[in-house]
Design a binder for this molecule. Structure first.
Ligand code: SF4
Length: 278
């Protein structure tokens, strides 16, 4: 059985840099406190904990020691509170998330009401929303239909949104808004990974996506794969693989979410190989 691994499966550069910063900071400072999980992957969080990176749920829980801000971005009021306490901040914010913050502030400066296409309550979306006054967060075309009539609107999206969902929401907004400006803030690693999974799902008999079920971008890759290839499965680790998924298959395509470490992907590929040879 042929196994095709997506070229860019796994960590995007933003996550890779944030994990590196966390490990280097823990080695330098002895221990580092991180505001929330650095990425949505339980294995990575456990590895970082073993290296001395402690997770705190909010700033009040953090002692007067260096605090690490994650790749997804951190709300403006938390930056202010950390500054007021004089905490040393180790900033792991992905530069592409910082760019979304700058874009949304610019749209607000133009006097536009702000619409953020994203998942309600997701850390990155909360961080983007904190940059402007009273934005609307919209996760689906149905929610876009519910928006009030607005004259001037600026739209950005969460970096990992599905292009088709953003396009469908814009379609609704085009009918409702006179002066609409959209800045495409889906990041290029996300666009590239979504494109790769489409090709992988077309070319292979079975598709396996590796990543945590708490990771929004992993779940989105799985849903793209499943719309093209009904034999698409998501696994958190190699232990989730089931032999019957591969019955009669000549080829398997493997990809992974942006928060999945290389060793988990490697273990899944090895297990698929072993199942094929059994
Ligand atoms: S998914 Fe995109 S925006 Fe988010 S951390 Fe990775 S590169 Fe940065």
């Amino acid at each position: 059985m042929h196994i095709e691994l997506a070229k860019h499966a796994g960590y995007c550069f933003g996550v890779r840099e944030a994990v590196k910063l966390a490990l280097e900071s823990a080695a330098r400072h002895g221990a580092v406190h991180m505001l929330g999980d650095i990425v949505h992957n339980e294995v990575v969080v456990a590895q970082l904990a073993a290296a001395g990176v402690k997770v705190v749920r909010n700033l009040e829980e953090a002692p007067d020691a260096p605090v690490l801000f994650r790749a997804h971005g951190t709300p403006a009021d938390v930056w202010e509170a950390a500054g007021a306490r004089g905490l040393e901040i180790l900033d792991g914010t992905c530069p592409l998330v910082s760019k979304i913050h700058a874009e949304v502030r610019e749209l607000a400066r133009e006097g536009r009401a702000i619409v953020i296409v994203g998942d309600h309550g997701h850390d990155e979306v909360v961080g983007i929303a904190s940059q402007v006054e009273q934005p609307y967060v919209v996760s689906s075309p149905a929610e876009a239909e519910e928006l009030p009539r607005l004259r001037r609107v600026g739209v950005v999206s969460q970096s990992t949104q599905l292009l088709e969902n953003v396009a469908a929401i814009l379609n609704v907004l085009c009918r409702k808004v006179v002066d609409l400006r959209f800045v495409n803030t889906i990041c290029f690693p996300t666009r590239r990974n979504q494109e790769e999974i489409r090709e992988l799902a077309e070319r292979n008999d079975v598709v396996v996506i590796v990543g945590s079920f708490t990771s929004a971008n992993t779940k989105r890759l799985t849903s793209i794969g499943a719309t093209i290839n009904t034999r698409t499965y998501q696994v958190a680790t190699a232990a989730d693989l089931q032999a019957e998924w591969f019955a009669g298959a000549q080829s398997v395509g493997v990809s992974a979410g942006a928060s999945t470490p290389d060793e988990l992907i490697g273990a899944v590929v090895e297990r698929i190989r072993a199942l094929a040879e059994a």
